[in-house]
Design a protein. Structure first.
Length: 310
């Protein structure tokens, strides 16, 4: 039997709580990879994607505070600018959402804690889709900050290849200058075992060169800073640590400052009396059969068939 890497981590981390957390996250990393492999029995790529997104949502739901829910859907701002489909949206249970069906919703940008895009294999084409999606999300009205965006891959490109792919995509699209909004806050490769965390956007080099993306991202090391050079290469144990730490910080920020994340309803819907398409629709009353003494006011446009004018 091969030596358990989590045991090697234990030897280097003295804090018992740290040992428990790192071992737990490493066990979950292996479990997620095994679950992803189990979907190979499926033939439809859409079904595979849904299942693998579900595995990530379940992991987060089972390990993060109950105040957060996990949905799929779109993010929207008050100007009706849309994010497009997002695989996993972290949404606080105390916030507004517009339900379409079951777990499919539209979310005001102010109510979104984080957006996550899940990929089975992070290749160059997938990276191009991620950069476009990230830009759409971060271009929604900032309130109070840009919406956090995470790219989560089960496997795929190594760190060096990711840097190369991003640079090539930016060169192809002739994107230069301030490109921070295109870059996810975190890029995770579960199989390769790394978690790249974007530095402060003000620290990102804005000149297009070979080192720019390395300067924009750093590897999340966590407790591994205490390790020697030999153990420094064994980062598989810490890949979920970066994700876990980042999301806990976002949730804590939200819980401590709820007033900063309130949806400004008036920005999304003007006062009814100002909406021309409702003019005249409240002028007449409609009654439910047998309930003439209890009039219900229905706009004609939305009056149900079970309600008839008297």
């Amino acid at each position: 039997m091969s030596k358990d890497k989590s045991t090697e981590v234990d030897k280097k981390v003295s804090d018992p709580k740290a040992q428990i957390l790192l071992r737990h996250l490493e066990h979950n990393r292996r479990a997620l990879l095994q679950l992803a492999q189990s979907t190979d029995i499926l033939k439809h790529t859409g079904n595979i994607g849904v299942a693998r997104e579900g595995f990530i949502s379940a992991f987060l739901k089972n390990n993060l505070p109950n105040s957060v829910n996990y949905y799929t859907g779109e993010i929207i701002d008050a100007k009706d600018v849309r994010s497009g489909q997002i695989d996993i949206i972290l949404h606080h249970s105390s916030s507004v959402k517009f339900n379409i069906f079951d777990g499919l919703n539209i979310f005001p940008v102010e109510t979104v804690l984080c957006a996550i895009e899940v990929k089975s294999n992070l290749c160059k084409e997938d990276m191009k889709m991620i950069l476009n999606s990230c830009y759409k999300v971060k271009s929604l009205r900032d309130y109070p900050d840009e919406t956090p965006y995470i790219a989560f891959a089960y496997k795929g490109s190594k760190i060096e290849t990711i840097n190369t792919n991003i640079k090539e995509i930016f060169d192809e699209k002739k994107i230069s200058g301030n490109f921070s909004k295109y870059l996810p806050d975190i890029i995770i490769n579960l199989e390769e075992g790394f978690c790249l965390v974007k530095c402060n956007k003000n620290d990102c080099n804005t000149n297009s060169n070979d080192n720019v993306f390395k300067e924009c991202y750093r590897e999340e090391e966590g407790f591994i800073k205490r390790f020697n050079t030999k153990h420094h290469k064994q980062k598989g144990n810490l890949v979920l640590w970066g994700l876990f730490k980042y999301l806990i910080e976002i949730i804590n920020k939200w819980d401590k400052n709820p007033e900063k994340f309130n949806m400004k309803i008036d920005d999304y819907a003007k006062k009814i009396e100002e909406l021309k398409f409702l003019e005249g629709y409240w002028d007449e009353f409609y009654y439910l059969d047998g309930e003439k003494d209890n009039p219900i006011q229905w706009p004609k446009l939305f009056a149900p068939e079970t309600v008839k004018e008297l």
